[in-house]
Design a protein around this ligand. Structure first.
Ligand code: ADP
Ligand SMILES: N[C@@H](CCOP(=O)(O)O)C(=O)O
Length: 288
């Protein structure tokens, strides 16, 4: 059995810890036979091969008595780059528990479990449901709603350096004043309304007006402001910090992709640029 899990790009600017989009990079997990102990065969550096591996640990949180198996893992999701690798690992683990344990979990139950493990639903909800999802925690439980997908190309600038989510969260303030929280959530609310209304000029402007996290994190990812400025001249409707960074994501008019990419290169940025698609479906189970 095989499990295919998309990556995700969270926040979309002001939707901090709430909004995310599933994208066309994948974690693939092959579940091989039963063994005496869990073993994860993979080529990633500094990632455990035993039951402490995040995929196995997540599966065991859901069903502690799962019999040990050998897994083979392939991934084209860069680790610690703001493209949701840890959420994909968690969601993959939950799917293993569901399939091997014959649990018959519904999507909303998977979202609840995954978001409880990750702490927020913005990566795990699109990874489970596919496409663009808005979610939150209310009365201790997670809930999520699919939103229309903007018809723009997703162009990711993926810096070579890593940035762990925990390090990027460490620069955020512990609290906001009441007035700042009201203003930041009003921007986010209006951005979501513009996405549902498919008013992309307004949505783009509001996606670039986050007040929750980007201003604190831009010191860690100087490429954000540079690419945002390129986008204003070369056909992007919005540029935001993908997840906790360092990937910078731009929504670009498909007719202007070459202009935009040339603009990024002319601005002196030399790391990887990838055109990604929105993944319309979330985690998938494939018989073989
Ligand atoms: N395929 C995987 N298998 C096991 N652990 C993984 C996998 N992908 C990610 N992780 C774990 O998640 C960590 C990266 O998480 P994080 O810092 O939140 O960055 P990201 O933005 O990529 O989610 C890795 O160091 C590793 O511990
Ligand atoms: N809302 C979180 C999202 C983290 O996403 P990741 O892809 O960097 O794990 C945050 O901004 O910290």
């Amino acid at each position: 059995m095989k499990i295919k899990v998309p990556a995700s790009s969270a926040n979309l600017g002001p939707g901090f810890d709430s909004i995310g989009i599933a994208i066309s990079l994948y974690l693939t997990i092959e579940v091989l036979g039963e063994t005496s102990h869990w073993y994860v065969d993979h080529q990633m550096t500094d990632i455990p091969h035993d039951e402490t591996n995040m995929i196995v640990a997540s599966a065991l949180k859901v069903k502690p008595d799962l019999p040990p198996h050998k897994l083979r893992v392939y991934s084209d999701i860069p680790l610690a780059h703001g493209l949701g690798s840890s959420s994909s690992a968690i969601v993959g683990g939950i799917e293993i528990a569901d399939r091997l344990g014959h649990l018959g979990l519904e999507d909303h139950e998977k979202i609840e479990m995954a978001a409880q493990m990750e702490g927020h639903p913005d990566n795990v909800a699109p990874t489970i449901l596919g496409s663009l999802v808005v979610g939150c925690k209310v009365h201790g439980h997670f809930t999520a709603v699919k939103a229309p997908v903007p018809p723009f190309a997703l162009i990711a600038y993926i810096p070579a350096y890593n940035l762990k989510t925990s390090d990027s969260r460490a620069v955020l303030p512990k609290s906001l004043t009441f007035a700042d929280a009201v203003q930041a959530s009003a921007v986010a609310n209006t951005a979501v309304a513009a996405l549902f209304a498919q008013d992309y000029q307004k949505a783009g402007e509001l996606m670039e007006s986050d007040l929750f996290h980007e201003r604190y994190r831009s010191q860690l990812v100087p490429e954000l402001e540079i690419i945002r400025n390129v986008g204003h001249k070369h056909g992007a409707i919005a540029t935001y910090l993908s997840g906790a960074g360092p990937t910078v994501m731009s929504l670009v008019d498909p007719q202007h992709i070459n202009d935009f990419v040339n603009g990024v290169r002319e601005a002196g940025l030399k790391d990887e640029i990838r055109r990604l698609e929105v993944a319309p479906t979330g985690v998938k189970y494939l018989e073989d």
